[in-house]
Design a protein around this ligand. Sequence first.
Ligand code: WAQ
Ligand code: MG
Length: 248
Amino acid sequence: MRASKNRAKRGSMHISGAETICTEQQLKQIAQQYIKRALSHSRGNPDEVVITVERITKKPLDIPLLNTRTAKCSSPDKARQLITEFLLGAGVSARAVNAGLKVLYSKKHMRGACIMLSVSGRRAEPDRMRGVRVSRFGMTDSAEKIMTAIPGIKKSNIRTVTEAITLASKTAHHADILAEVCISDDPDYTTGYAASKQSGYLRIPCIKQHGDMRGGRVIFVRQDADITAVVDYLEKRPVIVSAKKVRR
Ligand code: WAQ
Ligand code: MG
């Protein structure tokens, strides 16, 4: 689902988006939920809502759910420090960390993610205005049950966190991806995350100020990554995140 608002002269503004994998039987109910979501979003009222449904013919790849931790963080400054430490630990260069932070805290708003080369800090996504939209991912029921048991997550936020961890688990699974950082563009959602296969999913509270409409996602890839293959994996490869393979 994607919802957007028309703005005079400035083109359309992205309001919200969501994606999942479901059975044919679940389709009607999920489409209804997505339309409801599109029409009641904190970023505003959309002028256009697009629902795309596609049959998956390839068997989804079964990948593990990332482990979750929550950082102690009480300000965006501290969050920047935590993000920096996380990324350096994942093998991202200081130069690429700074370039990534610039994109994450920029006023420019994208619908998808920036793909950044982890040594040079060069942006490699084919369309810089749109970014790369990670899609075709879902979670098994047993993994969803684990999500509801994570301590410290408000009930009303479980859906957001579940979707973010599913996306992050898919992203982190690719061999050419070193790490990902995300800040929600919802003005009332101030917890972001950093994730990698090695370190798991680190929730970062107070990553931005309440009321801030900015947000973004940056995916750091190996300097010599095959970008076309990475983008194809992120956008097209069906993936199911399952709990049975959780690493502890
Ligand atoms: N693929 C790539 N980038 C995306 C996607 C996607 N499917 N969805 C959103 N983005 C980018 C886009 O630039 C948005 O502006 C930005 O990420 C934020 O998207 O554990 O809600 O959907 O509590 O607002 C984090 C949860 C929630 C942390 C993140 O992101 C936690 C969130 P949003
Ligand atoms: Mg959002």
